[in-house]
Unconditional design. Structure first.
Length: 526
């Protein structure tokens, strides 16, 4: 809005619903002044060329570290006297104060806007419109043909000759032409050939305006782009924009310009494999990209440092990122290999319920089902920390403001996990975020919770004679679990959960119920 539109004090870039409505009865402007600050900065000293700096010398400001900035602030508010919205703008110094009259001219503002043109591609990308003669990206190719006048004259001569041959061959059209010529008997028309029929446009510019893109179907038949699937159309519009950036941007805007592309859901209508390959294409485009996505497949290819997570808080919509220094190189490798590359959709969660392994995942899933709780709808995702380490996941969650709750075994390993995340509680109440099982592992825990029959059924005949403890002994269930056969732990855990399910909600063990309810409660915190 601030970079893509021209505006004056009485003609701003905003509409009524761009202003915050704080309540049901609020009116646009009640919330006070709308203020947007845009800061353009070098990443390192002297990155900007001398030519670029000289094009906007009035607004380039050197900040600490010899980093040049251009900061534009746009403000809008409701003027009760004028009974209308008024818009003002200014360029700022490094203290956030206006630079003064010399910088506050429409020419300077226009220069900055031309250096940073903004292009928005919505999720609904329709080739019929985006490849139309008035399209923002397609029309410049049609209006500015790079054809020299001599070649153009020859082409137009050939077009007219070919058109005459078509009309002469099509006798019915020839008859229409002759009959329409009678119009000059009634009204004054040109004397020489008053009526002509153009099967082909006679001018190159007219022919270009009717240009359409054709792509081959799997049969080899050429079909207009608008008749292909939505995914193909969406990709084509994206590549059209890339072509515009590489060939037309400097002609339409400024050869020094660096565009900003706002792209909504580039994954729309695409197969997951195509989505994953899309990032390399987008990232190679010129300029800065601001991408909104709901796709874990796309997110899996994006560097974690480039991810911004938007979430709702008491202050409204807030945005978080992974802070520099939060993760070391080993942490990054773990997140990249175990989370982002395979389960990047976890970054969309409101709360992570952290558990050590697959057994815990199935147990907690069944626990939620028995309690009648839909974890997905609540925004709670189960995340395994056994191969990554609980501390790494908690650090990522804290930075991105994803709530978390951890379930750990009561053995030394489980207590070590709890000890590792304690420094990262950051004021949180430990009892709401850490569930320590009163047993050495999940198998022993479920046995003590009344599901021992599920495990006794899987006693190994060879190991059973080693069981010297008796029911009621403190160590009985620990030793039972050491004498089990090779049935997968997940299978035995599911059989144990079937026993609980038959007994009903009241049979759900306290710690499992507490973990589910804590995670759901955390996910509801604004």
């Amino acid at each position: 809005m601030c970079l893509g539109r021209t505006f004056s004090r009485r003609s701003g870039p905003f509409e009524d619903y761009d202003y915050h409505l704080a309540s049901k009865n609020a009116q646009a402007g009640d919330a006070g002044t709308l203020s947007i600050s845009l800061d353009f900065a070098e990443e390192k000293p002297n990155e900007w060329s001398a030519e670029l700096i000289q094009s906007i010398p009035e607004v380039v400001v050197v900040h600490d570290g010899d980093i040049r900035h251009v900061t534009l602030r746009v403000m809008s508010e409701y003027d009760k006297v004028a009974k209308d919205f008024v818009t003002d703008w200014e360029f700022l110094d490094k203290r956030g104060k206006g630079l003064g009259p010399k910088s506050k001219t429409p020419i300077v503002l226009s220069s900055v806007q031309r250096l940073s043109p903004v292009f928005y591609l919505p999720a609904l990308r329709d080739a019929a419109n985006d490849f139309g003669p008035r399209s923002r990206f397609w029309a410049p190719f049609l209006r500015n043909p790079s054809i020299d006048p001599k070649t153009r004259d020859l082409l137009e001569k050939d077009l007219n000759q070919l058109n005459d041959k078509i009309i002469d061959a099509h006798t019915s059209l020839k008859i229409v032409q002759e009959k329409l010529a009678k119009t000059c008997d009634v009204v004054a028309l040109g004397s020489a050939e008053p009526v002509s029929i153009e099967a082909l446009p006679g001018r190159v510019s007219d022919m270009l305006s009717r240009t359409q893109v054709t792509m081959l179907a799997t049969t080899g038949a050429g079909l207009p782009l608008a008749r292909h699937g939505a995914g193909t159309q969406s990709l084509s519009v994206l590549f059209l924009f890339e072509a515009f950036l590489s060939t037309m941007l400097s002609q339409v805007y400024d050869r020094l310009s660096e565009p900003i592309l706002a792209l909504e859901e580039p994954e729309a209508h695409l197969h997951p494999s195509a989505i994953r390959s899309l990032w390399s294409i987008i990232s190679s485009m010129k300029g800065q990209k601001v991408i909104a996505t709901h796709s874990g497949d796309l997110l899996s290819e994006v560097p974690l440092s480039a991810v911004r997570r938007f979430y709702r808080s008491d202050q409204g919509i807030s945005v978080q990122r992974l802070r520099a220094g939060t993760l070391n190189a080993n942490d990054v490798r773990k997140i990249e290999s175990h989370i982002k590359s395979t389960r990047a959709e976890l970054l969309f969660s409101r709360c992570w319920l952290l558990c050590e392994g697959e057994t815990e995942v199935w147990v907690l899933k069944d626990t939620a089902a028995i309690l009648g709780i839909d974890l997905e709808r609540a925004g709670v995702r189960l995340v395994i920390y056994g191969r990554i380490g609980a501390e790494t996941l908690v650090k990522v969650a804290n930075d991105l403001k994803i709530h978390w709750c951890l379930v750990a075994d009561g053995d030394k390993s489980g207590k070590d996990y709890v000890h590792s995340i304690t420094p990262h509680l950051e004021g949180r109440v430990e009892a709401k975020h850490v569930i320590l099982l009163p047993a050495s592992n999940m198998e022993v825990y479920l046995c003590k919770a009344g599901c021992g029959d599920a495990y006794l059924a899987h006693m190994s005949a060879q190991k059973e004679k080693l069981l010297t403890s008796k029911p009621g002994d403190p160590e009985y269930w620990d030793r039972v679990c050491k004498c089990l056969d090779r049935t997968p732990k997940e299978t035995m855990a599911l059989e144990a959960m079937m026993i609980i399910k038959k007994r009903g909600k009241n049979a759900v063990p306290k710690e499992l119920k507490g973990a589910i309810l804590s995670a759901v409660a955390l996910s509801e915190i604004a």
